[in-house]
Design a binder for this molecule. Structure first.
Ligand SMILES: NC(=O)c1ccc[n+]([C@@H]2O[C@H](COP(=O)([O-])OP(=O)(O)OC[C@H]3O[C@@H](n4cnc5c(N)ncnc54)[C@H](O)[C@@H]3O)[C@@H](O)[C@H]2O)c1
Length: 464
């Protein structure tokens, strides 16, 4: 390994501890680009961690291997990403043959641990998509593997990087409302985005760990980061009352369904060129049906979720996730010893939105950087005073502008000190999934679950 590459890797490796060396120096040595291998060439792998990396950072990195269980999707993915590298259905073979510096994991959630652990054991730095993993046993295995390895693990938490979420962090850190006491956080998925999880593997507990893990990991990570403490205990309720077995009708999948004209959720995948090319054209290989019926009886995750979380610093949180709301948005309020902060995005009754509900998820996933100028408001209401309105420029594309900022931090500015501590490492990844896993265990046992009973991590009063 030449010296420049060694610096680059050190730089990547130190991200969790706020790194020291500039990745950007790498751009000047075009013969030694960062060697990247990616496993899981679905939508996230091909777009955000695939095509966007080639388009934006092609000068400093190159794909040396792509891997997936579906060989025909792999062929399509390479062309879509714009990479020119060998393709593998065997992950270990890819690592042995291509010797990447960095492995990116974008497979389905329940398999992340396999590639994280193998990647670290085979001498690579690993960057995994959220969630870190789906249960406490796999979480402990990842913790053990990371301890034994001299390589590092980064978890791609993009929501922290949106300017709106960052402003909330700044106001809380500056003690605008004194010390935090309690938080209410409620997230509403609409009947397009919410339903989309029930169409595919996310609807099965074994694959996604439920939306308590797959989706709420984002929200629990935001809470942990905003509160700046670690969760001690969780108590939760959850039910499946709308999707799955509750549906009035069902079919094999949307394309072949007898209820096309009456089902509000009918979706023609063949009319969506990019979805057809990524999924339907390759389903003969592995039976991955992207337009599954969201009323199929195999669905065993919750569609109504509510939890209380107590933090090590004594802050208490009320959280809920709704999966079939007429609109997509969220609300959070923080009560402190000196006042209250209220924040929300996309609540249609608060502002006139020009974006149609069906378009919202596509816009959230978009990476084309086209934005309309927009401002969001955060209310800061100090005790005994009139409230202030803090205006924050809002971006809709790429998860509120979080996606591109996360990339820039990892690949362009790893040396800059981030006053908000937005880079997430293994402990952040673990603490956010452990709340969701604890919530699941709480529903099963009807008891409050101690986070310290799930793995050997002891929650800290102040996040380090
Ligand atoms: N941070 C975010 O905002 C965000 C957004 C979307 C997805 N994600 C995450 O990205 C990951 C991928 O999500 P997606 O929507 O692209 O899913 P997807 O179903 O479109 O893609 C998953 C890919 O992994 C492959 N795969 C599954 N099991 C495999 C295995 N054992 N070995 C190799 N390949 C395997 C599948 O064939 C598929 O190509 C998930 O973990 C998801 O949570 C994160």
């Amino acid at each position: 390994m030449n010296n420049t590459r060694r610096k680059f890797i050190t730089s990547i490796g130190m991200l969790a501890a706020s790194s020291a060396l500039p990745i950007s120096t790498f751009a000047f040595n075009k013969t030694s680009k960062l060697k990247v291998a990616l496993v899981g060439t679905g939508i996230r792998g091909t777009t955000f961690w695939g095509k966007r990396l080639v388009d934006q950072y092609g000068e400093i990195l190159e794909f040396v291997g792509l891997s997936d269980i579906n060989p025909s999707r792999l062929e399509y993915a390479m062309k879509f990403i714009g990479a020119d590298c060998p393709l593998f259905t065997d992950f270990e073979k890819m690592i042995t043959q291509t010797k990447p510096d960095l492995v990116i994991v974008t497979t389905k959630d329940s398999t992340h641990h396999e590639f994280i652990i193998k990647g670290l054991q085979m001498g690579c730095d690993v960057l995994t998509e959220k969630p870190l993993t789906t249960d406490e046993t796999k979480c402990q295995e990842i913790i053990n593997a990371e301890k034994k390895s001299d390589k590092k693990l980064i978890v791609g938490f993009n929501y922290r990087w949106s300017p709106y979420a960052t402003k909330i962090k700044e106001l809380i850190s500056n003690k605008e409302i004194g010390d935090l006491v309690s938080v209410d956080f409620h997230w509403y998925l609409n009947t397009y985005h919410g339903a989309s999880y029930f169409r595919r593997w996310h609807g099965e507990m074994e694959s996604s760990g439920s939306l308590w893990v797959h989706k709420s990991t984002h929200h629990f990570d935001l809470l942990n980061w905003w509160i700046n403490s670690e969760p001690n205990e969780v108590f939760a309720y959850g039910d499946l009352e709308f999707y799955g077995k509750n549906g009035p009708q069902r079919g094999a999948n949307c394309r072949s369904c007898d209820h096309k004209t009456t089902c509000e959720f009918y979706w023609d995948i063949n009319k969506d060129e990019s979805m057809k090319k990524l999924y339907a054209d390759h389903e003969h290989e592995d039976g991955y049906i992207r337009d599954n019926c969201l009323f199929r009886k195999e669905i065993d995750i919750y569609d109504k979720m509510s939890a209380q979380v107590k933090y090590a610093d004594n802050t208490v949180v009320n959280y809920s996730l709704t999966t079939y709301s007429p609109f997509e948005g969220w609300r959070v309020s923080f009560n402190g010893t000196k006042g209250r902060i209220e924040a929300s995005e996309d609540i249609p009754y608060h502002a006139v939105s020009t974006v149609d509900e069906a378009e919202k998820h596509a816009l959230e996933m978009a990476q084309n950087n086209k934005e309309e100028e927009n401002f969001g408001s955060i209310i800061v209401h100090k005790l005994w005073e009139k409230h202030d309105v803090v205006k924050v420029p809002i971006e809709k594309g790429g998860h509120g502008g979080g996606d591109k900022r996360l990339h820039d931090k990892i690949f362009v500015n790893p040396d800059t000190t981030d006053p908000y501590g937005r880079t997430a490492g293994i402990r952040d990844g673990a603490m956010s999934v452990l709340i969701g896993i604890g919530a699941r265990r709480s529903i099963e046992s009807r008891k409050a679950i101690k986070i310290s009973d799930l793995t050997d991590l002891e929650p800290k009063k102040i996040r380090s």
